[in-house]
Write a protein that binds this ligand. Structure first.
Ligand SMILES: [Zn+2]
Length: 308
């Protein structure tokens, strides 16, 4: 499953390739699972839209869309006839809530296409003559002549559309967090720190591998209760989380073009793991064998000497 650094790298790679391109037409497959919004709403929102930006939010890839030559209709919660349906709110002032107003002032785009890659989802930018892979669920024809395809064999990935500013992933962005926003997430929590790190309602997009690696660098055992960790230690943990994610993103930058075009699932970079997947192997710092335990159904790796 792609984790935050992979999704960040993929989003950056896509941004380089498709920003400014216009979506001429959209083909969607028959399988229902990948479509979180109705097919008609996805097609109506994407067609004739310009891709203004591509960015990561949590583990989602968000395409900010500007309309080209026609008015976009609200795609949220509409049925199959949404293309004909008129928004009740006047289109000239589509957002009257303070929340949407605030978002709009930051990002004056009209709609968003939101992609979650799930376990095996891939976004490919390719020439139209290139063979359509099995398990292709969406093909966007771009005015540059290329196609943007969504391929997902296991169908845990999700495609949806929203009006600009409507989509908001839960939790805070770990890379943007500071100590003041990070500390309150864990205060008073009796759960193991590892579970808290993986809780997507607290932090966006920190997965199993990066949680283990961050805890090792911060010297904290995965089973340690979050509420018992001192302010200083949490400060260290935040630094470790950012370091680990940034290192992985830096490593990913060089391999992104292969990944986006690739038909294979292999080929992503790997952070040099210090504990993850190294059960029984000597700790790189003190040579003590790395231990593996299971917390909430997930493997956790740590050094019993370096981590307290
Ligand atoms: Zn050690």
């Amino acid at each position: 499953m792609p984790e935050l650094p992979e999704v960040e790298t993929i989003a950056r790679g896509l941004a380089k390739r498709v920003t400014g391109d216009v979506i001429d037409s959209v083909w969607l497959g028959q399988k229902k699972e990948p479509l979180k919004s109705p097919a008609s709403a996805i097609a109506a929102t994407l067609e004739h839209s310009c891709i203004a930006a591509v960015r990561r939010m949590g583990k989602h890839i968000v395409f900010d869309l500007d309309c080209v030559g026609r008015t976009l209709l609200s795609a949220k919660g509409r049925g199959p006839n949404s293309r004909r349906a008129r928004s009740k709110a006047p289109l000239a002032q589509p957002s009257s809530t303070p929340h949407a107003e605030a978002d709009r002032s930051v990002r004056p785009t009209r709609a968003q296409w939101i992609v979650h890659l799930g376990m095996t989802g891939r976004l490919q930018v390719c020439e139209p003559q290139s063979e359509v892979a099995k398990h292709t669920h969406a093909i966007l024809k771009l005015s540059s002549g290329r196609e943007l395809r969504f391929v997902d064999p296991r169908r845990f990935g999700r495609l949806s559309v929203a009006q600009a500013g409507d989509f908001d992933a839960a939790g805070i962005e770990p890379l943007e967090a500071d100590v003041e926003t990070f500390l309150p997430l864990f205060q008073g929590r009796k759960t193991p720190i590892k579970s808290a790190l993986l809780n997507q309602n607290l932090l966006r997009g920190v997965g199993n591998i990066y949680a283990d690696e961050s805890l090792f660098r911060a010297g904290l055992r995965p089973r340690r209760r979050a509420s018992t960790i001192t302010r200083d230690q949490l400060g260290k943990l935040l630094v470790a989380v950012k370091e680990v994610l940034k290192e992985a993103i830096a490593l990913g930058g060089s391999s992104i073009s292969d990944y986006v075009n690739s038909d294979g699932e292999e080929g992503f970079f790997q952070l040099q793991h210090r504990v993850y997947g190294r059960e029984g192997e000597p700790c790189l710092v003190c040579k003590t064998p790395i231990k593996r335990i299971v917390i909430a159904g997930r493997s956790s790796h740590y050094c019993p000497k370096c981590q307290k």
